[in-house]
Design a protein around this ligand. Sequence first.
Ligand SMILES: [Mg+2]
Length: 498
Amino acid sequence: MLDIPIVYDGTIAGVVCHEHVGSPRQWTSAEQDFSALIASDISLSLEIDRRKAIETNLEHQAQHDALTGLPNRSLLIDRIDQEIKHARRSGSLLAVLFLDLDNFKQINDSFGHLVGDALLVSISGKLKGVLREGDTVSRLGGDEFSIVLTDLEREEDIDEIANKILTVIQQPLTIEDRELFVTTSVGIGVFPEDGDTLEVLLRNADAAMYRAKERGRNGIEFYTEDMTVRALAKVTMIANLKRALVNDEFEVYYQAQYNIDDRELIGLEALVRWNHPELGLISPDQFLPAAEESGLIVALDRWVMRTALGQIQQWRAQEVPAPRVSLNLTMQQIDQEGFLEFLTELIEQTGCRKDAIGFEITEGQLMTNPERTIELLRVIHDLGIEIAIDDFGTGHSSLAYLKKFPVDTIKIDMEFITGLPFDEDDVSIVRTIIALARNMGIDVLAEGVETEAQFNFLLDAGCSLVQGYLLSRPQPASLVFAAAWPVVSQSSSAAESS
Ligand SMILES: [Mg+2]
């Protein structure tokens, strides 16, 4: 027998074997050389295959996202150039969707990157499931995805697919035995009117996505030209906010909350205002979205807390009978490392009683990561601080969680108060929330009460805690007790007229 090893990648991958049948004899050197040649040819071709595989793999890696396996931006650009040419020839519509998950950072921060990564993989699977053949979904980086829809006839088709995406994303996900809730904001740019290259379409879809975030997230916006201006304004806004924090341009206003049964002032909500040196007073809906997105909200809310607690102590020193002051906080704040230390230190420094403050957290925030929320809020509630769910009715609570949150008050979102007492939907939603709260032994407060008709409806419906312009506007600290009391008599006249 003549055995010649096939060497490949430094090890013996096989053997070229010749066998002579009959009486034993020596192998000639020509026979040995021939065998060796075969062995080296085989190892060479194995090596070529290996390199090809590496090359293909590298090519794939260069064009795909390593985590989700989706096409990346460079492959997307390649593919879409072709699609744009096709759309131009055929006169069909093409839409570029820009998606940014609404609360990914919070999930990543509280559960770690492994859970965050698993979530992204699962989201990309969901997206692929919704799309038609020929549509391309790609991951642009972080929690940003892009989807290109081709061969569309009507804008309504785009809307329909975008809505399907919202629906499928907001269904809860289970990762490592945790139930996670995530939503997404979608901006849309349409070829040809919003741009004729992918870069322009993507940029405009991105600007539209920001608008969707500002409008309360979990929504869809089509691009319009004024959004480019707004996107620029946002960058300036963030820089201005940073400067404003340093220069102490913020001020805390207080809005009264009443019990209309007893005609009693029961609380003050601390609300931040921005006194811009040139632009004057800027309302929070103009700067809070940018503050939240940039993370500045943590520093800003801590400033509000410090100021409000200082104010409470000042009122106490002046023997002003101030009711509980409620502070609006984000879960990002509460889940921040060192928050409890900050809170307890602040309470100690100011000498403020724990029952002199309460926290308001929006329903949407609570539901981002309900299990974690329960854990964190229990600790705070055990300290003796009351907790209210803000903007209730807009944040997709599940009753199962609602029962577990250590909550003292539900604040009905202004959106449902506005239509009272004529809008039938609002009437039944508000009645249902009041009944729900009563059954759970939770107080219920109506926000944004602006007319006597709304006031009287609430009084009849048994919602005795109210807040709104009808009774009192937010006021600077110096005016709260100067101006609030006369307004109470306005509330009692409204109560009598019911
Ligand atoms: Mg609030």
